[in-house]
Design a protein around this ligand. Structure first.
Ligand SMILES: Cc1cc2nc3c(=O)[nH]c(=O)nc-3n(C[C@H](O)[C@H](O)[C@H](O)COP(=O)(O)OP(=O)(O)OC[C@H]3O[C@@H](n4cnc5c(N)ncnc54)[C@H](O)[C@@H]3O)c2cc1C
Length: 300
C-alpha cells in the first residue's frame, strides 16, 4: 500500500497531485504529490504518526498565506492544518482555545462576539491561528506574543506536548517552532473584557487601513521581505523606483512596494527572479540587503 492509500485509512481526505496554487494565497506553484486535509485532532494525530512510522517528515502548512511553492511542486506528504480543522472553545471568561487550522479572522470574530479585546490587530491577517503562532504574526503594534498563552503540539516522534510562556520563544516573526519543526495542533489566547462597539470599531478601522494600503485585489503572500532593522522594505523598494517593476506575471505592487503580486499567470520562477532583481537594486542603491520573509518550498 502506498502512503496516500495508508493515509486515507486515518479518515483524512487525501489528494494526490494536488495543485498547490489552489491552497496558497499567491496562487502559484506545482502539485503536491500527496496533500492531507485532516478535520479532527484524531485524524491529524493519526496521519502524523503514520508518517513518522513510515519515516516520512510531512511538510506542515496552515492557510498557505506565507508560502511560495516551486513550479516543480512538492514531493512527499503535505499536511494541511487549515480551515477544515477549525474549532473554537471558551474554557473561561477571557480564554479562547482553538484548533490550529482555525482562521485567525474567525478567532477575532469570536472574540468580538464575546466582547473580548486584545486580538483586534490580527483581523485581516489571512493565516490560520497555528500559522500565526508559528510566525508570531503581528500588525499595527500588536503581535501574537501579546495574547498567546500556550500551544499544544506533536513533536517529531508524534508525542503530544505543550509549550507556554517563555518556552514559546516569541520574537519578531519567530517562535520556537521554527527550530523544533513540531506541528502545532491547538493553542490558547488570553484576552481582556472590553467594549464590544469599541472592539468592532478598531477591527473595522484596521481592516480599512489594509484595504487602503495593500493590494488585496491581487494574489500575494503579504509583505514579501522581512523588515530590515531601522528601515521599511516597502519604502526602500519605492525609493529605488521599483513600483510596478515586472518579471512575467510577477510585479512589485503599484499600491504597496513591499508586496510582490501575481498579476495573473505568474510562476514561482518569475517571482524569484523579480525578488533577485529587487534585492540587487536595493542593495546597490541603499546598501541594505533585503531578506525574504515568504517561505519558498518544494523542488528546486
Ligand atoms: C494580504 C496578506 C496580508 C498579510 N498581512 C500580514 C500581517 O499583517 N502580519 C503578519 O504577520 N503576516 C501577514 N501576512 C502573512 C501571513 O498571513 C502570516 O504569516 C500567517 O501567520 C501565516 O499563516 P498560514 O496559516 O497561512 O501559514 P502558512 O503560510 O501555511 O505557513 C507558514 C509557516 O508556518 C508553518 N505552520 C503553519 N501552520 C503550522 C502548524 N499548525 N504547526 C506548525 N507549523 C505551522 C509552516 O510550516 C510555514 O513554515 C499576510 C499575508 C497576506 C497574503
Amino acid at each position: 500500500m502506498n502512503i496516500a492509500e495508508a493515509l486515507k485509512i486515518t479518515g483524512c481526505a487525501v489528494k494526490e497531485k494536488a495543485p498547490m496554487k489552489d491552497y496558497t494565497t499567491f496562487r502559484v506553484g506545482g502539485c503536491a504529490d500527496v496533500l492531507v486535509l485532516p478535520e479532527t485532532e484524531e485524524q491529524l494525530v493519526a496521519a502524523y504518526r503514520l508518517c513518522v512510522e513510515q519515516g516520512i517528515e510531512p511538510f506542515i502548512m496552515g492557510n498557505g498565506s506565507n508560502l511560495l511553492v516551486s513550479d516543480e511542486g512538492l514531493g512527499g506528504v503535505v499536511l494541511r492544518v487549515g480551515p477544515n480543522y477549525s474549532h473554537i472553545e471558551m474554557p473561561d471568561e477571557t480564554t479562547l482555545v482553538c484548533t490550529a487550522g482555525t482562521k485567525l479572522s474567525d478567532l477575532c470574530l469570536f472574540a468580538l462576539e464575546h466582547s473580548l479585546t486584545g486580538l483586534e490587530f490580527a483581523y485581516g491577517i489571512p493565516g490560520s491561528a497555528g500559522g500565526a503562532a508559528f510566525m508570531n504574526g503581528g500588525a499595527y503594534g500588536g503581535e501574537m506574543k501579546d495574547v498567546l498563552l500556550w500551544c499544544r503540539h506533536l513533536d517529531k516522534q508524534g508525542r503530544i506536548g505543550t509549550f507556554s510562556g517563555d518556552e514559546l520563544q516569541l520574537s519578531y516573526r519567530h517562535s520556537v517552532y521554527a527550530e523544533t519543526g513540531y506541528l502545532i495542533t491547538a493553542l490558547a489566547v488570553r484576552l481582556q473584557p472590553g467594549d464590544k462597539e469599541a472592539i468592532h470599531r478598531k477591527m473595522r478601522e484596521l481592516l480599512q487601513r489594509r484595504v487602503d494600503k495593500q493590494p488585496l485585489d491581487l494574489p500575494s503572500a503579504g509583505s514579501y521581505f522581512k523588515r530590515p532593522t531601522g528601515h521599511f522594505a516597502g519604502a526602500l523598494i519605492e525609493q529605488c523606483g521599483l513600483k510596478g517593476f515586472r518579471v512575467g506575471g510577477a510585479e512589485v505592487s503599484e499600491k504597496h512596494a513591499g508586496f510582490i503580486v501575481n498579476r495573473g499567470g505568474a510562476t514561482a520562477a518569475d517571482i524569484l527572479q523579480l525578488e533577485d532583481s529587487v534585492r540587487q537594486t536595493v542593495l546597490e542603491q541603499t546598501g541594505v540587503r533585503l531578506e525574504r520573509e515568504v517561505q519558498f518550498i518544494g523542488r528546486e
